[in-house]
Design a protein around this ligand. Structure first.
Ligand code: GTP
Length: 319
């Protein structure tokens, strides 16, 4: 079976970090975001197709240099074709039934169970759903009593929302969906799904956790959620010279000196944090440094970036 990951977006909401690296390769607790989708795929998935466009050479290089345990095929779009156009563009690689992912999603989806559900209803597609309190920023879905999707709404006002179930960005498709996608730039969400209603589109509720990592806030939320599950880890190469480490963190070969770290900090190799500095709810990428007495909170500090002595970095992305 093939899995398709949509990974061609510009990642504008994670700029300036995504000027230097494509969003699928932004690290999340020691591995690129896209590997959080690839690693838990069911064993029957032997091939991963990545629909790419922005920074495709960087992605190609990553998969040339790293074995992710499955064949990975990168399919380029000369210009971004939108989420629907991207699916159509890879049609020559797809078999009858395939799984597709919005490449931003980190979720505890039980894909084997979702596949069983898909095969049981016999429709053309299954869309994963996630229940939220406030659906106003999402694509909202209404279903009938058998789970069949009957209506879509894009970013409704609160009082007009038809349900609290949102499109969670993981799909199982039959090859026939390709006939519903016109040529050119096409949005799955706005154009293709509404046209699927007559062909049997069903909703499958995810359980556990689901996070769309498109923004800094959500990226750090995903980090917090995963740290809450995995707990702390420290590399044997970590140098701790009198630092106070609080809560769950993932600390690689960093050098921490008389500072306060945590909770929910991810620090990569070559990071240094100096005396009196405080870092919490943040990512410090390869070679970043935090000067004496600086405060870093709710932020992503990009590779090699130096946070100056006494600087306050709150809810920012530095690259
Ligand atoms: P923002 O610019 O911050 O909105 O991020 P984005 O460009 O990634 O857009 P968005 O988060 O809406 O995209 C959702 C998913 O679809 C991401 O995994 C994107 O990589 C992917 N995606 C969006 N547009 C395209 C496209 O035109 N082609 C391909 N192949 N993937 C896309």
């Amino acid at each position: 079976m093939k899995a398709l990951i949509l990974a061609g977006g510009l990642g504008t909401r994670l700029r300036p970090l995504t000027y230097a690296m494509p969003k699928p390769l932004v690290p999340l607790l020691g591995k690129p975001l896209v590997c959080h989708i690839i690693d838990p795929l069911p064993p029957e998935v032997d091939t991963v197709i990545l629909a790419v466009s922005y920074m495709k050479d960087t992605l190609e290089q990553y998969f040339r240099e790293h074995d992710v345990g499955r064949e990975v095929i990168l399919v380029n779009e000369d210009r971004p074709l939108g989420t629907g156009g991207a699916v159509r563009n890879v049609s020559r690689y797809l078999d009858d039934t395939f799984i597709a992912f919005n490449g931003d999603v980190v979720a505890s989806a039980d894909l084997s169970d979702m596949l069983r559900y898909h095969r049981s209803h016999g429709g053309i597609a299954t869309m994963s759903l996630w229940e939220v309190e406030d659906p106003t920023a999402f694509g909202v879905v209404a279903r009938d009593s058998r789970g069949r999707v009957t209506r879509f709404q894009e970013k409704p006002d609160m009082e007009e929302a038809i349900s609290n179930s949102i499109n969670a960005g993981v799909y199982i498709f039959e090859r026939d969906v390709l006939d519903l996608i016109p040529d050119g730039v096409v949005s799955l969400e706005r154009e293709v799904f509404p046209s699927m209603l007559d062909c049997g589109l069903y909703g499958y509720e995810l359980k556990g956790y689901w996070i769309d990592c498109g923004t800094r806030e959500n990226y750090l939320r995903a980090q917090r959620t995963l740290l809450g599950i995995s707990g702390s880890s420290e590399s044997p190469g970590l140098t701790n010279e009198g630092a106070e480490v609080v809560g769950a963190n993932m600390l690689q070969r960093a050098r921490l000196k008389g500072c306060r770290i945590g909770p929910h900090v991810y620090a990569e190799n070559g990071v240094t944090v100096s005396a009196g500095a405080e870092v919490s709810e943040s990512m410090l990428l390869c070679g970043a440094s935090v000067g004496e007495g600086a405060v870093v909170r709710g932020s992503i500090v990009g590779p090699g970036v130096a946070v100056g002595k006494g600087q306050r970095v709150i809810d920012e992305i530095l690259a």
